[in-house]
Design a protein. Sequence first.
Length: 389
Amino acid sequence: MNTGKIVFSQVMEHMPLWEFRKCVKRYRGNYKVKSFKCLDQFLCMAFAQLTYRESLRDIEACLRSMQSKLYHMGIRSRISRNNLSNANNTRNWRIYADFAQVLIHNARRLYADEYLGIDLDNTIYALDSTTIELCLSLFPWAGYSQTQAGMKLHTLLDLRGNIPSVVEITDVKVHDVRILDLLIPEPGSFYIMDRGYLDFERLYTLHQSSAFFVVRSKTNIKSRRLYSHGVDKSTGLRSDQTVVLTGVFTPDYYPDKLRKVVYYDKEHSERLIFFTNNFKLSAETIAQLYKQRWKIELFFKWIKQHLRIKKFFGTSFNAVKTQIWIAVSVYVLVALIKKRLDVQVNLNTILQILSVTAFEKIPLSRLLNDTDCAMQTDENHKQLLLFKL
């Protein structure tokens, strides 16, 4: 007797199918494809992400064991690792990159009013990158030295909801600061960056676009104080100054005034210097904004732990990019579900629940909002990790 839809199908119902078809049509993804179309590929790869599959053979075995439920999952073709491998290697990865951007746009609208812990209505971004290490013998196209290979994942994270607004996948040799050239600055928004992005010529472009930045300084940056402002040293602040740059070329790159805030981090016994072009916020708020940057570090750590972007199902450039973009899509899709269903547990717990209930026929809202069920699933996962089962 049919008692409802399986959990995996309910998750995929939050996916805007018409937008996915537009992306497929844009890149002619189904051109001359008789079976195992782009949607089948996406659903198989999304299943692999949600249920922590390790290989194409693993995906094939699991889905074939549930042959009677594939139709209800939305998969209309025969599953084989050859079909999936061929699709990952030949279908344009931009299909899934564009679709991820659609999901990101929807998620950012939902999380626009999310409280950050700072009384600011401005959009706040954190910009950073992480390296995904690869095996040189399997991924020779990604080599950046005689013994190492890898790719860089550059991310502009909207801190309201921790939604990746911009994602760029590049060669490891590409310097972080070059990603600033790809950004379209949003007037009034804050861009929080580490010292790897300290390039005053590019920062001046942000300034001229009426966007704000908070960037950590390097030790060799020279400046001349114009004004000093009082600070409460009990908060960790050491100084708040209006300065101009005095290096050989930097005054030409950034001719306007800057604000220099010095903060002492007691927890790490570290003296931090920030430059910003915002003169209205308090120095304490500027320091708090930079503290928010830790969220992007957690984001990178989270996706590496809980999504399949460290073990790849294919070795070609196209297969790797396809897998990364589908992983990003799954992350954002789960974030959308969390907000739409007002789920109180974190994304980690949601993924653990979905991984063991993908074929169950339980209403998704009840499954994720049942606190006892969520806690029990999380505890069971911890026990499995403890005994390495």
